[in-house]
Write a protein that binds this ligand. Structure first.
Ligand SMILES: NC(=O)c1ccc[n+]([C@@H]2O[C@H](COP(=O)([O-])OP(=O)(O)OC[C@H]3O[C@@H](n4cnc5c(N)ncnc54)[C@H](OP(=O)(O)O)[C@@H]3O)[C@@H](O)[C@H]2O)c1
Length: 274
């Protein structure tokens, strides 16, 4: 059976990673790649090891599968432009965790099969993400027939697929924000507070490494409730309040975050879950 063709609309961190994995496993044949410039499209093609940089949407060839891997705010416009390009209807999906397949409504109206497929991995650097991808959970959402077609494609590069109702995508993606995106924010806040409270700057790298490793080891071994320590977990509300005021005096937003997270910590300590 011939290998289905794949066109990429957008080939940044996610497009490059998935393109290279599908090409390497001979799941999909990477064909045309469109980004914001020929130079970045060529760089993506070089990374993937297959495909051709496209000058414009109008000059892209028909393909069996289209991955729309542009930033979230560009997905609807890209779908609109692709629908207007008059190419034969095929399968199209985007990679956003927060947005539903309904972003691709113009394509669906033109007879395309549409879906979204969100791989729960921080694709910070494609070369690393390619190594880390095996075992990544992948949330599929959209038309049932499209999901049935996409699932084996993702399984063959090692993803663990599950389906998600469209109405739950925003909450689902917020969870990923809590799980990974907020960690650097918490660390940056802690380090700024340490600096401003007199901790010698040369000790910060050591503090970062020790406490992060310690927290991850404890979380993996004991789970969130078991790993929870600190004044909120101990029910020391007076100290939580005084500490919260000290943080709020330093930075109002950090103070609000401290208060909100302390309430969640108290609930976790009390109930063992949120
Ligand atoms: N990064 C993650 O960890 C992650 C994880 C899961 C899902 N996602 C989702 O994956 C999608 C892509 O994210 P990303 O992190 O890969 O973004 P990214 O690294 O910023 O890459 C975006 C790509 O889209 C191209 N692009 C922008 N506007 C375009 C347009 N109008 N037409 C054609 N190409 C256009 C960019 O071109 P240039 O190369 O020329 O700039 C770039 O190649 C998003 O929906 C995001 O939510 C991201």
């Amino acid at each position: 059976m011939p290998v289905p063709t794949l066109n990429l609309l957008g080939a940044g961190r996610v497009g490059k990673t998935l393109g290279r994995l599908w090409h390497a496993q001979e799941v999909l044949q990477v064909q045309d790649v469109l980004t914001t410039s020929l130079a970045s499209a060529q760089a993506a093609v070089d990374f993937i090891g297959a495909g051709h940089p496209a000058h414009s949407l109008e000059r892209m060839r028909p393909a069996d599968v289209w991955l729309i891997a542009v930033p979230d705010r560009q997905i609807a416009a890209s779908a609109q432009a692709l629908a207007a390009a008059g190419l034969p209807p095929a399968t199209a999906f985007h990679a956003s965790g927060a947005l539903a397949a309904a972003e691709l409504a113009p394509l669906q109206a033109a007879g395309w099969q549409v879906a979204s497929a969100h791989c729960i991995l921080s694709f910070a650097a494609p070369a690393t993400a390619v190594q880390q991808f095996a075992g990544t959970p992948c949330a599929l959402e959209g038309q049932a027939a499209t999901l049935a077609a996409l699932e084996p494609m993702f399984q063959r590069i090692g993803a663990r697929c599950f389906t998600l109702p469209s109405a739950d995508k925003l909450r689902y993606h917020a969870a990923a924000v809590f799980a990974t995106n907020f960690l650097p924010v918490l660390q940056a806040t802690a380090e700024a507070l340490w600096r401003d409270s007199g901790v010698p700057p040369e000790l910060l790298p050591q503090l970062r490494a020790t406490l992060l490793r310690n927290a991850v080891d404890n979380l993996l071994a004991l789970g969130p409730a078991g790993a929870l320590t600190g004044p909120a977990a101990r029910g020391d509300t007076a100290l939580v309040q005084r500490q919260g005021q000290a943080v709020a005096a330093w930075d109002a937003q950090a103070g609000a975050a401290y208060a909100a997270l302390s309430e969640l910590a108290a609930r976790l300590a009390r109930d063992g879950r949120l």
